[in-house]
Design a protein around this ligand. Structure first.
Ligand code: C2E
Ligand code: MG
Ligand code: MG
Length: 658
């Protein structure tokens, strides 16, 4: 060395003289061996270009410490060679600080989580490799894009997170993000508001750290399915049922509404398992599960308890146990009927039936245990009653149900064995001449007792049997009317027949009537159908359409029990009606009750102004009849003249009074 300043001692720990001595300490030798090559190359380049150089490298000090040195210098030509002139700085502190920053930055890069920073406009300014891995976008692609556009498929959730972060400084929760490939990933995410830092020149930002929890979610779902679903049928399992039942009862205790629980047990399932093997049994259980699911509403639940035992939970939404029982009965009947068609098990067709036990429940009284026990007990009763049926646990409900079932069976037998008869109640005009009759249904029981419609028509309507019974009534009435039409003294009589809503709205009501006309040869112009207001109101358009079609065939219409329903004048005007029939309830007290009297007068006035006939039923006294004729009503039906009597008696009566 030619010259060294004293500062070299502060830098290296060796006195300047050490370098000046000959042979002295070579400065090149205290440069750490790994950096020497770089230094040599830098100097060689500077010599070649004749320019300046700036090098950083490490030296080993006298005390063994390493120091970073920054050397700035130039190669000055000197004869054939060069002289190096330069300044050395201790660069260690700056270098270490820089290293620290780099190291810390590398932590962010190496973190497994996705770390993203965005400005207050949602623009991404930082994107670590975790984010690249999680979202599939590279840092270069992501930087400058909007976080909300790149990742959010659920914008409301994003905005909520943003608002909370702005308001409270942070937000954490689950967010689903969209990957570059369009897949959706579930993340556990923490947002932190980073304030602006004037010394760093940094603006306000939001730091978003997200952990991929898709797998955890997936596993949770799997565990949930394992814990609460039956692997064979995919139905909720016992644990799930107990949980739902407990909640249903809690809800029911609060709302005081009633629901039901139904035990469904396949009949003779063991036989299939034993004879055809478990694979066949499993297939049947799966198929049964699917059919059961079709029998319930969405809110209700079908679960498998195990073996061939299924349970249906009917949610508590009914006001009374009877209401809940009626709901459950509809489902139970569907369940029993759903098993009617045989099951296709691989190559084999297999028929199975089910026994169902129904228990109604109300959270104020019943518990999970009592409800389960009652439904189970009822199911055993169903088995004891010959299987393929359902039974109620509640004795009163079971009794009512049995009575109705008995009534329905009775009506079926009545149709088969001709136990129904029609009686005819005369209708008379102002001069007490018979102008026609109303056909009224009676049921002659095998023991000779006569049942009136009040005792069975409702059940017939509820069960749908009214369709078949009504068809019988119409055929019988038309046969009778055709007979009247063959004799001159009865040929002018009209016959009124009551038609229930369920009958009239049957799609083939019109063709069915046409067929009856054909078979009986009746002139339909003397046939009058009595409809009720509720039918007209419930489906006005369809009713009007059907009435129009029948009207073309000459049939006329009477509105029965008029005044008890809700028909509006607008309806009345638009329907092809011929007659209003004042309900007998207004007749009863018409002479003593001012309200009834005014109602009757109004109906008569209404009929007049609409150009409709008005007939009064339930006319029992001469006083009532006088009232009616004073008010302008001149057609009467009632005990004052005659009760409903047999066809034979009626023709005799009509001939005499004619
Ligand atoms: P409705 O059509 O209003 O029939 C009139 C009812 O009043 C008949 O009762 C009749 O016997 C009764 N009645 C007649 N005159 C008097 C009277 O002066 N005083 C009193 N207190 N009652 C009188 P019934 O035969 O028991 O029929 C009851 C209801 O059953 C009928 O009411 C009708 O809605 C229905 N019904 C009867 N036959 C049939 C039918 O063949 N098909 C359908 N769907 N329903 C029918
Ligand atoms: Mg009637
Ligand atoms: Mg009536």
């Amino acid at each position: 060395m030619e010259f060294v300043s004293d500062g070299i001692e502060r830098l290296t720990g060796y006195p300047a003289a050490a370098f000046m001595a000959r042979p002295g300490l070579s400065y090149a030798n205290i440069i750490v061996p790994e950096d020497r090559h770089g230094v040599e190359r830098g100097i060689a380049a500077a010599i070649q270009d004749g320019g300046e150089f700036q090098l950083t490298y490490r030296i080993r000090c006298a005390n063994g410490d390493l120091k970073w040195v920054c050397e700035q210098g130039s190669a000055v030509p000197h004869g054939v060679s060069h002289v190096l002139e330069g300044l050395l700085f201790d660069f260690t502190r700056v270098r270490n600080a820089d290293m620290l920053v780099r190291e810390q930055a590398s932590y962010l890069q190496r973190a497994r989580d996705a770390i993203v920073a965005m400005d207050m406009n949602s623009r991404i300014s930082y994107w670590n490799s975790g984010a690249e891995r999680l979202y599939g976008w590279s840092a270069t692609e992501a930087r400058g894009k909007k976080f909300s556009e790149l990742l959010c498929e659920n914008l409301p959730a994003y905005h909520a997170a943003y608002e909370t972060t702005l308001a409270t400084g942070e937000w954490s929760g689950e967010l689903s993000h969209m990957r570059r490939d369009g897949a959706c990933i579930e993340t556990d995410t923490r947002w932190t508001l980073l304030g602006a830092d004037a010394t760093l020149g940094a603006q306000q930002k939001i730091l978003v750290i997200s952990t991929d929890i898709s797998e955890r979610k997936h596993n949770e779902a799997k565990i949930y399915r394992l814990a609460f679903f039956d692997a064979l049928t995919d139905l909720p399992n016992r644990a799930s049922l107990l949980d739902h039942l407990r909640r249903a009862l809690l809800g029911s205790a609060r709302t005081r509404k009633c629901g039901a629980l139904m035990f469904c047990d396949l009949d003779k399932f063991k036989y299939l398992n034993d004879s055809q093997g478990h694979a066949a049994g499993d297939m049947l259980l799966q198929a049964v599960a699917r059919r059961l699911e079709h029998c319930v509403r969405e809110a209700d639940m079908v679960a498998r308890l195990g073996g061939d035992e299924f349970v249906i939970l009917i949610q508590p939404v009914e006001d009374t146990r009877e209401g809940a029982a009626a709901q459950a009965e509809t489902v139970a009947a569907k369940v029993v009927a759903a098993m009617a068609a045989p099951f296709q098990l691989a190559e084999m067709m297999y028929s199975v039936s089910v026994s169902v036990g129904v228990a109604t429940m109300c959270g104020t009284v019943d518990t999970v245990e009592s409800t389960l026990r009652q439904a189970d007990a009822a199911m055993y009763q169903a088995k004891a009653c010959g299987r393929n049926t359902y039974r109620f646990h509640d004795p009163a409900i079971q009794a009512a149900w049995s009575a109705r079932a008995e009534l329905e069976n009775g009506m079926r037998r009545a149709l088969r064995d001709s136990e129904f008869v029609l009686h005819y109640q005369p209708q008379l005009d102002r001069s007490s001449r018979v102008i026609g009759a109303e056909a009224l249904l009676r049921w002659r029981l095998p023991d000779g007792r006569l049942l009136y419609p009040a005792e069975f028509i409702h059940a017939a309507e509820e069960s749908g049997m009214i369709i078949e019974i009504g068809r019988w009534v119409l055929r019988t009435a038309c046969t009778e009317l055709a007979r009247w039409q063959r004799f001159p003294d009865t040929a002018g009589l009209t016959l009124s027949v009551n038609v229930s809503a369920g009958q009239f709205t049957e799609p083939d009501f019109v063709p069915m009537l046409a067929e009856i006309f054909e078979q009986t040869g009746v002139q339909p112009s003397s046939l009058k159908l009595e409809l009720t207001e509720s039918l007209v109101v419930s489906d006005f358009t369809q009713t009007a359409l059907t009435m129009g079609m029948l009207k073309q065939r000459g049939i006329s219409f009477s509105l029965d029990d008029f005044g008890t329903g809700y028909s509006s004048l607008a309806y009345l005007r638009k329907l092809p009606l011929d007659q209003l029939k004042i309900d007998q309830s207004f007749m009863r007290d018409v002479l003593t009750d001012q309200n009834d009297a005014s109602i009757v007068r109004s109906i008569i006035a209404l009929g007049d102004s609409l150009g409709l006939q008005v007939i009064a039923e339930g006319v029992e006294t001469p006083g009532q009849r006088q009232f009616l004729s004073d008010a302008g009503c001149f057609m009467y039906q009632g005990f004052l003249y005659q009760h409903a009597i047999s066809a034979e008696h009626f023709t005799a009566y009509a001939r005499n009074v004619h």
